[in-house]
Design a binder for this molecule. Sequence first.
Ligand code: NAD
Length: 388
Amino acid sequence: MQKRVVILGAGYGGLVAALELAKEVTEQDAEIILVNKYDYHQLVTQLYEPAAAAKRDTEVRIPLVKLLSGKPIRLVRDVVTRIDPKEKRVFLQGGELTYDYLVVALGSETEYFGIPGLKEYSLTLKSVDEARLIRTHIERCFAEYPYDPRPEYMTFVVGGAGLTGIELVGEIADWLPRLCEESNIPRDRVQLYNVEAMPSILPGFDEDLAAKAEAILKAKGVVFKVGSPIVRVEPEAVHLKNGEVIRTKTIIWTGGVRGNQIVVDAGFETEPRGRAKVNEYLQAVGYEDVYMAGDCCFVLNEQGRPYPPTAQLAIQMGSCVAKNLCADLKGGKKVPFAPKILGTVASLGGRDAVGKVGERYKTSGRIAYFIKDLSQIRYLAKIGGLMK
Ligand code: NAD
């Protein structure tokens, strides 16, 4: 008898789960419904590029009709508002759905740590729309400055020097000379800060790679404030713990992520940052009919430390969930989630990058950038995103 599989979210985890499940089951086995807020898949790992005018928005979003064309997957474009796992129901802005199996792949939300003013006055980089907002905001600052030449307009602050903050600040640093030239504003009027709470940038990265990234970005004019957490934000000021105040019209916050609140509100067992606890097959604790994939899922490594919420893990989780759903629908053995860390590369703007391939080999410069590009192409090939 046909079962209904509802997949929430067409990000890395949800899209891969849907596509791989559709390859393995027939329409007699399952009706696959993919629910997504937008009618496109976002290449979230590339958002720093349109945010700094290095790519067009259309280069980091792929229409879902293209990716799902000819596949037995029904797309429901709607916003999930609530999940009731006891009643096996999902509530959407425009209706509701029942399911036999559910995949929750709703991604993460920005963590503001309760810092006063931060949520109200900062920009974030979690969607193509937000990338466009950052780009147009920066362009507007350059357009306003000739009429109101206060330094606040020419001071840009990126909060957080994790991978998101570093990739964004590198790309903005590359964009500034072009903006200055177009607006006829001398480059030395512009300040680009990256503020980090921890004593060094890219916490968790090998020290030598982080130091290399810092040197490259400093040479492009980025001013780092490390070991100085942001403690308060006002419409035109960022306050640091050391008492320093940066007067600015622009604070872009990349200081942390947490799980999706919908997952917490649904009553799934979660860790303190809102990510759902799962068993080895990625089933939510206490619910064998609910799988979790991507940033909203909490998985520990062999040393008992949580895996970071990355695209490569979300993609691997999507594959694992598809296999396990297939076992549920057609019989067979489930497979435990066994992630392979392929490496981490941080782009530094231009064609520069630093990172690691696998867990050991360090790389930098154009080769590192090429490796990052290659992994993107491999992913696009996997989801069918390369075809015109
Ligand atoms: P993150 O949590 O990794 O980094 C946030 C940074 O902000 C941390 O360094 C933290 O110390 C700092 N911070 C926190 N509070 C602060 C404060 N009050 N003031 C100043 N700084 C503060 O977040 P992220 O960079 O968005 O990354 C999220 C996840 O996505 C990570 O797992 C990351 O590995 C992944 N990611 C990967 C890539 C890539 O592979 N190229 C790119 C982007 C993100």
